[in-house]
Design a protein around this ligand. Sequence first.
Ligand code: HEM
Length: 314
Amino acid sequence: MLLAIFLLPMTGYISTGFATADEQAQHTNPRADYWRQVRDNTNGYSAVKGRETNELIQGSGETWRQLRNGPVALIGSGLLIFTLAVLTVFYVWRGKVELTHPRTGKTIERWTLNERRLHWVTAGLFVILTVTGLSLLYGRAVLIPLFGHHGFAAYADLAKWFHNILGPLFMIGLILMIVNWASLNLFNRIDLEWFKQYGGMVGDSHPSAEKLNAGEKLFFWCLVFAGIFLCLSGLVLDFPNFNQERELIQLSHLIHVVTAIGLIAFSLGHIYIATIGTEGALEGMVTGQVDTAWAEQHHDLWAKEVMNKEPDSH
Ligand code: HEM
């Protein structure tokens, strides 16, 4: 009797359990398999003819979104902040590399007018592309709180337009730099010695250098190789009318962002050395002329060669 009292309610529980499972089975979304197939990139049928028109949801779009907004954006901002921090600490520790001998007042030509035009136009384009590009990557997080949604929308529209138009122009500058300066940037034994002495940035040594030292050559080749990846991926994004599919566009976008951030970090180092890092370096790229004391300290082999050719420097 006692046992029946305990068991009777249990039958109730068991029957309710079965009923719930049954009900659940009846309520399972009958279209679940259909949506699973859609997410698996299974192509369906569409009467509309064209690229990917039979693909209802593009599965890899979500992977791209997560990579772009996650590790790429995070590591990218980390790298840029880290580079700025290292340059600041280095400047505080080392200070400006000053001229060790007084200026002679005599100058020699370092960069011709056309070379300077090429440098500043390409560098100017690079800076605008950096600002607009970073605005597109980080704008939602950084600029919306500052400008508001409407302000940011108007700015982002303009930034994207500038970025799309100026990208191919930068590519032309890069090609001209390769044509004009590649031969000056070939590595040789002198560069090995320069690297061993950390380019004179650490300690008081003055390693020998030709017109361009090993550090400048390294920057040049990074610019060339990263620049090629940057420009080719940029073209895929800029001209989506060549039948490329979204997966290629997403891959190109990730390559574009990663190479751009690497190159921006390298360029920060270049800008640091060329401005506050080294006394007298900027003069050459602004006026075309450098003092012979600067030339002998930083590029002794080149200075000797030029001064032997034209003993009457200005
Ligand atoms: C905007 C700030 C920049 C400043 C102040 C600056 C300054 C300079 C200076 C002073 C030189 C001459 C160095 C020497 O005489 O030894 C130079 C060379 C050079 N710069 Fe810049 N630069 C800037 C940005 C850029 C950017 C963004 C690029 C890349 C697009 C670039 C590419 C080069 C190249 C290729 C050289 C020739 C040296 C070599 O072949 O490595 N510069 N720059």
